[in-house]
Design a protein around this ligand. Sequence first.
Ligand code: ADP
Ligand code: MG
Length: 620
Amino acid sequence: MPIRQLSETMINQIAAGEVIERPASVVKELVENALDAGASKVEIVTAGGGLSLIRVTDDGSGIAEPELALAIARHCTSKLSDDIHDIRSLGFRGEALPSIGSVARLSIRSRTASGDSAAEIGIEGGRVLPVKPAAANRGTTVEVRDLFFATPARLKFMKGERAESSATSDVVKRIAIAFPGVRFTLAGSDRSTLELPATGNTPDGRLARVAQVMGKDFPDNAIPIDAMRDGVHLAGHVSIPSYTRANALQQYAYVNGRPVRDKLIAGAIRGAFADVLPRDRHAVTVLFLSLDPATVDVNVHPAKADVRFRDPGLVRGLIVGAIREALAGAGIRAATSGAAGMMAAFRPGAAPYAHPGPTAGHRSYDAAFRASGFAGFDRSPQRPLDMGEARPARNGFGEDGQAAFDTGPLASADARASVAEPAEALLGTALGAARAQVHENYIVAQTRDSLVIVDQHAAHERLVYEALKNALHSRAVPSQMLLLPEIVDLPEEDAERLAMHSETLAKFGLGLERFGPGAVAVRETPSMLGETNVQQLVRDLADEIADNDTVETLKERLDRIAATMACHGSVRSGRLLKAEEMNALLRQMEATPGSGTCNHGRPTYIELKLADIERLFGRR
Ligand code: ADP
Ligand code: MG
């Protein structure tokens, strides 16, 4: 076959292959157009999962009649001036409408503020229909029927109506979070109606929109984030460690108002929560990054959900730092939210083990209840380890964390289960004065207005862990020489990346250098890792650096080692504590960021307000 130019329709269908993957992608493009047009109301209607009908109506600026033909022509946009690096709108490629028009039956009816009537244009499988007058209010209605009728191969890949409907809801929710000043409705015979009234472009309004989308219990279980570094601003909310999900779907991220799915951001969130969440749980997050449009490239993929940051290390560092700091300040919240569930469980008539229903109210009860650690949260088994052997202090770490608790032999003879009059000053502290130790693991303490119960094992584990980590990060990590250097063969780019980061890696105790093309020689490994699979470690690190331009993997690995050691070195339940020991533990918890949860994300203590206790006894 001779070389020839493809037809306009073929070109558009090829583009559609990338931009229009499924009905939800059509909805995304049309809603983005409505928002770019300054709409304050966006109404979406679908039928047949969006395959038979998608209609998006907005009250935005509209399209003037003479421009209707341009709107559906390829590479025509009103949004990009001369600078591809200065993108401030959601759209800019000028290819959504022609792409949709090449694979479906599309019609646009529109009226501008100054136009005295509306006009309509259509395009069906790439065939343009003439412009004709129409009746409409100001704004635009875009209707898409019979999606993929012109590309039957694509139609075969569609999942069921239900799956497509719910993908569309996700798209609408995701984008709605970034536009709380806009009212969204999503309706149709194929779905239950989603109504999101405008909540306003204020901080409160933004949080209210988040609550509309994620459930009313999210704000009660979330911590605000607000941080700035080198011109990059991060705002939003993250869940407290006791409020988690089994997958990362409830992590919403926005870059300059654009919803994105970004590996770097996801990785940063994982890193920030690594210390406080079990490995198979995920935080719920809504994060908005704002930065100079010139420092982020959104023109990575036609669907515009991928971004590249000019300074990925800065963005990652900002996210990890801001979340960790917020979590450190919120340890108390993690614990008190659990008490609410417990109070509910105590209340006469409560059925704590009944499966909670799907309503929002029940969900919050459920979350709080689980947070309290009462609903069969699986505790990791207490390993019967010899404490002397596993004690981290012997390895040169964590002396600080350990010191306060090494105040006597286990179960010293004069340990008392109950303590006399508390000092007045102690009652004013956050965790109060220790009064008793019960069931050999729970410290009961008293503040001026509450009763505090501490899980001593969990609390101590956390304290030792924090001390270990400090030691890790404040000085060079000891390393051990390998008898023979281990040669790791890698793709040349990976070898190069590792060599570039060799100085940082050395700080973590990993000594490596280039070993000819496509290989590195490892001479030293961190002693804490013991006998480790060097090949695997080095490859993981290379991947990590390629993805994020950081050496977080090694740091996280070491943090995990620290966590394991801490677990072995902690005061196990069953050890009787003296009053001074109990109070020392409480004071140290108050002084340690993150001590509200143990390394596995469970609360280390719960607080019952006196007022609530009195209510339980019918005294109020
Ligand atoms: P892009 O959004 O990348 O510019 P599109 O193909 O999505 O490309 O849209 C082409 C043009 O049509 C837009 O630049 C805009 O001028 C116009 N347009 C599309 N939808 C609307 C709308 N709902 N309201 C006003 N103008 C619109
Ligand atoms: Mg567009």
